[in-house]
Structures are given as structure tokens and as C-alpha cells.
Design a binder for this molecule. Structure first.
Ligand SMILES: NC(=O)C1=CN([C@@H]2O[C@H](COP(=O)(O)OP(=O)(O)OC[C@H]3O[C@@H](n4cnc5c(N)ncnc54)[C@H](OP(=O)(O)O)[C@@H]3O)[C@@H](O)[C@H]2O)C=CC1
Ligand SMILES: O=C(O)C1=N[C@H](C(=O)O)C[C@H](O)C1
Length: 240
């Protein structure tokens, strides 16, 4: 596959490192300061798929530029979902292909699946249990809460009706789901969902040991997307 990398930071470089071993060729790199190439310089004849990991402020414009150029795009940037409906509409209007995941790790997507199941089960025994989400990341992370924590929160809100909204701070009312953020050293990404009662605590926890899982998942999505039209995520890719 011919890949256009958009963003050549921690994730872009990890993906580039894995792509060659899977038989792929990086045909271009678009980065904020480190390159002179632009998305508009590339056509579908040159690029099978674009992979975008940049910045909350940059992601929507990059996704939109890919769709306008007719390039299928796998986007992993977080913190831009207030523009997601617009991006999805553009994918429809251009008969294009957009793949988005707040977290591409297969392990995290199993975590999301178990999180929804546990929330539904806990709802049967809601009396006595409170629930909270915690995410821990490296100090360079610019968005808060993490995209992964927000997906986990959505999974709880959809299945545990005692919680109707989330707050990026300790809950101020019983119906609020606390989504707590910590920034610490070089932590790659740790997410926890914790149900606490007076009697006990139940925890679901995912800890990324490196960025390899994110990069492998993004490449899986990039291998799957070309030839498809529409808006997709890891549930479609993994059949979860
Ligand atoms: N979905 C997932 O599985 C994962 C998602 N992420 C998300 O991916 C994003 C990137 O993470 P990470 O690689 O760690 O971040 P980095 O800061 O290490 O890298 C981002 C890169 O994008 C560049 N950049 C910034 N703006 C633009 C732009 N307009 N066009 C092109 N390149 C741009 C930056 O350049 P410069 O430094 O010069 O500004 C930098 O090189 C974040 O939103 C993060 O939350 C991260 C890991 C996994
Ligand atoms: O910025 C990061 O590093 C990560 N961002 C994603 C998120 O916001 O959930 C995924 C992963 O946790 C690493």
C-alpha cells in the first residue's frame, strides 16, 4: 500500500517504523514544520490511504483536505470531535472514506467492549455502586480528557442510566460521571473504569506499554479502508 503520513510526531514515526515491515511504502509525509509537502500535492493515483495523527486544532482541516482530494483517510487525532458530523457529511458528499478511532489498539477496543458489557450488568445492581473513569498520560498531551476516556464514558452513559453526563473533575452530583485526568512523565496511556461501593471495588484497566499497539491498529485500519465508502470505526473493523 502507498501511504501518505500526515503528522510525523510520536505516532507518525511509530507507524512509519512498522509500515515497511508490513510491505507498505510511505510515499509522502505532511507535517507541521518538518516538511514542505501538502495534502493537496497528492492524488489517489499516488496514495492508497492517508494516516492522520496530528493535533486537535489541525485534524479536521487535514481530514477535510484528504476527502476533497479523494484520499481515504484513517484519522487518530483526538480532541476535534465537535467537527466530526461535518467530516462525516463531507465523506458522504465526496463519496469518500473516513476511518476514525479514539484509540486504535485492539486491546483498548476489547476494553471498550467489556466496559459496555460491565456497565449494562452493573446497571442491574446499580444500588450502592458509583463509577468513575481515570486516564493517565504523558505531560506532552494537549487534550483532556483523552479521546479514549471519552469513548469509555460514552459507553457507560449509554448503558448505566444512573449517570447522565460526565465531568472532567470529581462528580458534583450522583448523576455525573467523573472522568479524571492525570499527566505524569512519559506514561503512554492508562485507562481505568472503577465501580466503588461501601463493600468493594471492581476495576477494568488498560495500560499501553508502548505506542506499537496504536500503530498496528492504525495500519490494520489503513489496510482495510481502501475500496470502501463511508464512515467507519474499530467496531466495523474488528466485528465487535
Ligand atoms: N487514536 C489513537 O490510537 C491515538 C491517538 N493519538 C492522538 O494522535 C495525535 C498525535 O499524537 P502524537 O503523535 O503523540 O503527537 P506528537 O505531538 O508527537 O505529533 C504530532 C505531529 O503532528 C504535527 N502537526 C501539528 N499540526 C499539524 C498540521 N496542521 N499538519 C500536519 N502535521 C501537524 C506536529 O508538528 P509540530 O510538532 O511541528 O507542531 C507533530 O510532528 C494526538 O491527538 C493524540 O491524542 C495518539 C496515540 C494513539
Ligand atoms: O495522546 C496520546 O498519547 C494518546 N491519545 C489517545 C487518546 O487521547 O485517547 C490514545 C492514547 O491513549 C494515547
Amino acid at each position: 500500500m502507498k501511504i501518505l503520513l500526515i503528522g510525523y510526531g510520536k505516532m507518525g514515526q511509530t507507524i512509519a517504523g512498522l509500515a515497511a515491515g508490513r510491505g507498505h511504502e510511505v510515499v509522502g509525509i505532511v507535517d507541521h514544520q518538518a516538511s514542505t509537502q501538502r495534502i493537496e500535492d497528492f492524488t489517489p493515483a499516488q496514495v492508497d490511504v492517508a494516516i492522520e495523527f496530528t493535533h486537535p486544532e489541525a485534524a479536521f482541516a487535514n481530514v477535510a483536505a484528504c476527502l476533497r482530494q479523494g484520499l481515504p483517510v484513517v484519522c487518530g487525532s483526538t480532541g476535534w470531535l465537535h467537527h466530526f458530523e461535518e467530516a462525516a457529511q463531507l465523506a458522504t458528499d465526496t463519496h469518500g472514506a473516513l476511518f476514525y478511532a479514539s484509540n486504535y489498539s485492539v486491546g483498548v477496543n476489547l476494553f471498550f467492549h467489556f466496559n459496555e458489557y460491565i456497565a449494562a450488568k452493573m446497571n442491574q445492581f446499580a444500588a450502592g455502586y458509583d463509577v468513575q473513569v481515570t486516564e493517565i498520560h504523558h505531560t506532552q498531551k494537549v487534550d483532556q480528557p483523552s479521546g479514549t476516556a471519552l469513548t469509555a464514558a460514552e459507553g457507560i452513559l449509554a448503558n448505566f442510566p444512573a449517570k447522565t453526563s460526565w465531568r472532567n473533575a470529581p462528580a458534583q452530583a450522583p448523576y455525573e460521571l467523573a472522568v479524571l485526568s492525570e499527566r505524569e512523565g512519559t506514561v503512554v496511556g492508562t485507562h481505568e473504569v472503577r465501580y466503588i461501593s461501601a463493600a468493594d471495588t471492581i476495576e477494568l484497566r488498560h495500560e499501553a506499554h508502548s505506542r506499537q499497539g496504536f500503530a498496528e491498529g492504525a495500519l490494520l485500519a489503513a489496510e482495510w479502508l481502501p475500496g470502501r465508502h463511508g464512515v467507519f470505526g474499530m467496531k466495523e473493523l474488528l466485528g465487535l
